[in-house]
Design a protein around this ligand. Structure first.
Ligand code: TRP
Length: 337
């Protein structure tokens, strides 16, 4: 049986190099060998304050970038989370069996809550349960995520096993929900900030210069790489704990230029930062340009994008509704025919 994969990104801003190289690039490979579902998780994006106009635009641009990066609507199901109401419905059912103290220990919640001051929504606390619903609805085998999402995946597994399958599978036959596994990508799984090699490249970093947006113009990319943090040593190298920037930029270069670690390390061993940055800029622009071209075509043709999302919704809904029905039935919710 082909294994099923589900993943998603929040439409909180333009996707950047970290999203592409760390996540979407791997999805492109997975769609050839797996049954793949990729969603734009707009309901997650509203758990912290948001602007309605931006949300619409970002949802559409995120979906367009999935396609521009090589997610093929013929191979993958591409959809918007809020278009499939089963996500919210399963989330409620899972809420009712998930202990509050499991939620209060979520690291990302604690970090985000601090930033929100006294304006923390219940939605922010519930974020991981909605994510569990996303995953479990599709009976996913594998969930490609970054290191920072491992705890959320653990939670999804615990809810499915301990709170649903163990408790409600009274008939003892096949389990209600599939227990998913995290798929943590190795090389390039974590692209770091251009301004701090110890911090992950992130859409929420207030410093624009810390990331390269997939829609940044070539001049802007050049400028950002020029200003990227360096150190005072000559030559680039991997895995020196005292040189996180060298490691990050060399990793970027390796992936973008399509070579391997050994040859990149050899090529850049004695090179000066200035010269290296030129190489990196060139590699980056030449890889991003085709994505931008495809993106611009798509965004000019809303019918095509709408068609992709409509078709995605239909395919996603079919799977999601069947799981939701199973869980409702297990919970004893009355059904009339
Ligand atoms: N929380 C994930 C992130 O920030 C996004 C996400 C939401 C997700 N639902 C998901 C990822 C389901 C994988 C599967 O990266």
């Amino acid at each position: 049986m082909t294994k099923r994969v589900l993943s998603g990104v929040q439409p909180t801003g333009v996707l950047h190099l970290g999203n592409w190289l760390g996540a979407i690039r791997n999805w492109v490979d997975l769609q050839k060998t797996h049954e793949t579902f990729f969603c734009v998780v707009d309901l997650h994006a509203i758990t912290v304050g948001h602007n309605p106009n931006d949300l619409k635009e970002n949802t559409l641009s995120t979906a367009a970038l999935y396609v521009a990066c090589g997610i093929d609507p013929k191979l993958s199901t591409i959809f918007v989370q809020s278009h499939v109401s089963a996500h919210s419905e399963l989330c409620w059912l899972l809420n009712c069996v998930t202990p509050l103290n499991w939620m209060e220990r979520m690291i990302q919640f604690k970090e985000k809550a601090i930033k929100q001051g006294d304006n923390v929504s219940i939605g922010l606390l519930d974020y991981p349960v909605l994510m569990a619903a996303d995953i479990l609805l599709y009976q996913s085998d594998l969930v490609p995520v970054g290191e920072d999402q491992k705890q959320h995946l653990e939670l999804a597994r615990d809810i499915a096993q301990q709170r649903i399958n163990n408790r409600f599978n009274i008939k003892g036959n096949d389990s209600i929900l599939k227990i998913p596994k995290a798929l943590i990508m190795k090389e390039g799984a974590k692209i770091m900030s251009l301004q701090d090699g110890r911090k992950k490249m992130s859409k929420s970093d207030p410093n624009e210069g810390s990331r390269i947006g997939l829609l940044d113009a070539p001049e802007l990319i050049t400028k950002k790489i020029k200003r990227a943090k360096t150190d005072s040593l000559l030559g680039l190298e991997f895995d020196n704990p005292d040189r996180p920037e060298a490691n990050n930029l060399l990793t970027l270069y390796t992936i973008l230029s399509g070579t391997n670690k050994e040859s990149a390390a050899l090529e850049c061993k004695e090179i000066g930062w200035g010269k290296f940055k030129n190489l990196l800029t060139e590699a980056c622009i030449s890889k991003i340009e085709p994505i931008q071209k495809k993106y611009n075509q798509l965004i000019k043709d809303p019918d095509q994008l709408n068609f992709i999302l409509e078709e995605g919704r239909t395919k996603a809904e079919e799977v999601a509704e069947s799981t939701l029905k199973k869980v409702k039935d297990a919970f004893g919710l009355l059904e009339i025919n």
